[in-house]
Design a protein. Structure first.
Length: 508
C-alpha cells in the first residue's frame, strides 16, 4: 500500500470565512466594528481611530491599548477557537470574532508591539521589526464583491451605541454616544439590570456588557407603543451569557429574561416602574378550627354534626368570622372523610391582613382603614377568595390586604412558589408545605370608584371576578392560553356555590 498524503491538513478556501460570517452572524456588518471596538476597549485603549479609504477599499483601526505579544498572536489570535484576555474586566475574548475581523477579508495586516502579521484567509506571515508600535494598528481590505459603503457605515452606528471612557473617531470625527442607557428600572436577578430612556421608543432592547453594545433584541411592538426604549446591561462576560457570535443570549439566560419581559409587557409595563420605598403593615389572622380525631371519624361524622356546627360557630365568634356564612359552609362539608379535617380547618381560617403603600400615602390609607367601606370590602375580598379556593378543593393558607399601587386593581405576590403533586384519578394538587406567602392584594380606591357600597351586588360580582383571576395566577404566571383555560375551570367550579357568594355579598 502506497501512501498518497502523509500528515495532511484540511484545506480552507479563501472565501470560507466570509461565507461563515454571513451565516453565523445575524448582521456581520454590525458585528465587525463591535468586535474591533470591544477588543480595543478590553486592551485598555483610551483612543480608537477608524480611517476609511474608498479608493483602496481599506479600513484602518488604530488604538493605544496594550497590544499583543507574539505568544498571543500565534497561539490565540491565529488559532481557530483560541481564546484569551488578560484583563479581568474584559467583555469577551478572542474566539470566533477573529474570523469576521481578519480572515474574512481580501487582505489583513496587524501591527502590534514589535510584530507585523499580514495574511489572507487562512495563510499569514509574521515579521519582527526593531521599532515597537504603541497599541494595535489593523488594516483590512474589503473585496470587490462586497458593498464597501455598507461595511463602513456600521463603524459609526455601533460607536453611537457604546458608552465608554474611550474616545472613538471615525475619519477624524469624534463619535458621541446617542444611545445612553438612561434611568435604572429593575434588576433581572442573575442576568443584569434594565434601564429606560424616555427620549426614544423602540420595540428592541439594546443588550450591552460594560457599556459595549452587543446586539439588539426584538421583544414586542408593545414597547414601542408605550414609548419606551430599553437597555439591558448584563452582569456577566460575553463568554458566560452570550452565544459565540454575541448576537444572542444563551438559552438559560434568554429564557429567564424572556419570562421577565413577557410579564412586563402583559402587565402593561407596570413592572418597569422603579422600585420605591414602601410601608407594609400586618394584622395577624388566626389558625383554622381543629377538629379532634374521633370527630373526624366516619362513624361519628353524621351523629355529631350539630355539635361540630356549634363548635365552629363559637370558633367563628371568637376570631371574628361571620357566623351565618360559617354555618352555611358547614352544611356543605365534603363527603370524602380525607378532606373533612382540611375543609373544616380552612373554613375556620382567618387570613392576616396586610396594607402596602408608599410613605406619602400612609396617612390617607390609615384614615380609610377606619371606615366602614374598608371593613366591608376587606371582608368580601377575604371570604370570596376563601370560597373560590373551597370550591376548587384547594385549602391553601393565604394573606389578604390593600395596596394602593397606581393602575393595579389586584395582584398576587411575585415570589409565590408552588409544587404540584399528582392526585389519585388524575389532576394535580398543590403541596401546602411548598406555598410561600400567598398574598392577595386589592386596590380599594380603584374598586370603589366604579363599584360603590350602594351597588353591593355589582361590587361583589367584581370582587369575585378579580378573586378568580388572581387565584388562577397560582397555577399560571402569564395570561397565556393555559391561563385562560385554567381560569375558566376555576370559574366553573364556583357555580355550585351561588348562595354562598350571595351571603358573602351581604357581609357588613
Amino acid at each position: 500500500m502506497e501512501k498518497i498524503v502523509e500528515n495532511g491538513k484540511i484545506a480552507i478556501p479563501k472565501d470560507y470565512f466570509l461565507k461563515m460570517a454571513k451565516h453565523d452572524y445575524s448582521n456581520y456588518r454590525m458585528a465587525l466594528p463591535r468586535e474591533f471596538y470591544q477588543n480595543s476597549i478590553d486592551a485598555g485603549a483610551t483612543h480608537i481611530y477608524v480611517r476609511v479609504s474608498p479608493e483602496t477599499r481599506e479600513i484602518e483601526i488604530i488604538d493605544d491599548g496594550s497590544g499583543m505579544s507574539l505568544e498571543v498572536l500565534i497561539d490565540v489570535l491565529l488559532a481557530l477557537g483560541g481564546s484569551y484576555k488578560d484583563n479581568e474586566d474584559a467583555t469577551g475574548a478572542f474566539g470566533k470574532a477573529k474570523e469576521v475581523l481578519f480572515f474574512s477579508w481580501d487582505y489583513y495586516c496587524i501591527m502590534t508591539r514589535n510584530y507585523i502579521v499580514s495574511g489572507s484567509g487562512a495563510t499569514y506571515n509574521i515579521e519582527e521589526v526593531d521599532e515597537a508600535i504603541d497599541g494595535t494598528h489593523v488594516t483590512i481590505k474589503i473585496q470587490e464583491s462586497e458593498n464597501f459603503d455598507s461595511i463602513v457605515a456600521p463603524f459609526t452606528n455601533v460607536a453611537e451605541r457604546i458608552e465608554t471612557d474611550a474616545q472613538i473617531f471615525v475619519d477624524d470625527k469624534l463619535i458621541v454616544c446617542n444611545h445612553h442607557k438612561g434611568e435604572f428600572l429593575k434588576e433581572i436577578e442573575g442576568i443584569g439590570k434594565l434601564y429606560k430612556n424616555d427620549g426614544c421608543q423602540s420595540p428592541y432592547i439594546g443588550v450591552r456588557i460594560n457599556g459595549i453594545w452587543m446586539h439588539q433584541w426584538y421583544v414586542s411592538s408593545d414597547l414601542e407603543n408605550a414609548g419606551l426604549r430599553l437597555t439591558m446591561e448584563l452582569d456577566h462576560s460575553s463568554l458566560e451569557c452570550l452565544t459565540s457570535n454575541r448576537d444572542d443570549l444563551k438559552w438559560e439566560y434568554k429564557n429567564q429574561a424572556s419570562e421577565f419581559i413577557t410579564k412586563m409587557v402583559v402587565d402593561n409595563i407596570t413592572m418597569l416602574r422603579p422600585d420605591r420605598a414602601t410601608i407594609v403593615a400586618k394584622i395577624p389572622g388566626e389558625e383554622g378550627y381543629v377538629m379532634s380525631k374521633d370527630r373526624a371519624s366516619s362513624i361519628a361524622w353524621e351523629t355529631e354534626k350539630i355539635e361540630r356546627i356549634k363548635n365552629m360557630i363559637q370558633h367563628a365568634r371568637n376570631i371574628g368570622l361571620d357566623q351565618n356564612l360559617t354555618t352555611a359552609r358547614m352544611m356543605d362539608e365534603p363527603k370524602d372523610k380525607y378532606e373533612r379535617e382540611s375543609y373544616l380547618k380552612f373554613v375556620g381560617y382567618k387570613a392576616d391582613f396586610i396594607t402596602k403603600c408608599e410613605k406619602g400615602q400612609m396617612q390617607d390609607l390609615r384614615l380609610f382603614l377606619t371606615s366602614r367601606k374598608a371593613r366591608v370590602v376587606a371582608a368580601i375580598w377575604e371570604e370570596t377568595l376563601k370560597q373560590v379556593l373551597l370550591d376548587n378543593k384547594e385549602f391553601i393558607p393565604f394573606k389578604i390586604g390593600f395596596s394602593v399601587e397606581e393602575d393595579v386593581a389586584a395582584s398576587i405576590n411575585e415570589n409565590l412558589r408552588t409544587n404540584f403533586l399528582a392526585k389519585g384519578g388524575g389532576g394535580y394538587s398543590i403541596e401546602e408545605e411548598s406555598i410561600e406567602d400567598v398574598v392577595f392584594l386589592l386596590n380599594p380606591y380603584m374598586l370603589l370608584k366604579d363599584y360603590p357600597l350602594s351597588n353591593r351586588k355589582g361590587l361583589a360580582r367584581k370582587i369575585k371576578m378579580m378573586a378568580i383571576h388572581e387565584v388562577t395566577h397560582i397555577w399560571a404566571d402569564y395570561h397565556s392560553e393555559h391561563f385562560s383555560s385554567k381560569r375558566e375551570k376555576i370559574d366553573e367550579n364556583t357555580w355550585k356555590s351561588d348562595r354562598l357568594y350571595n351571603k358573602i355579598s351581604k357581609l357588613t
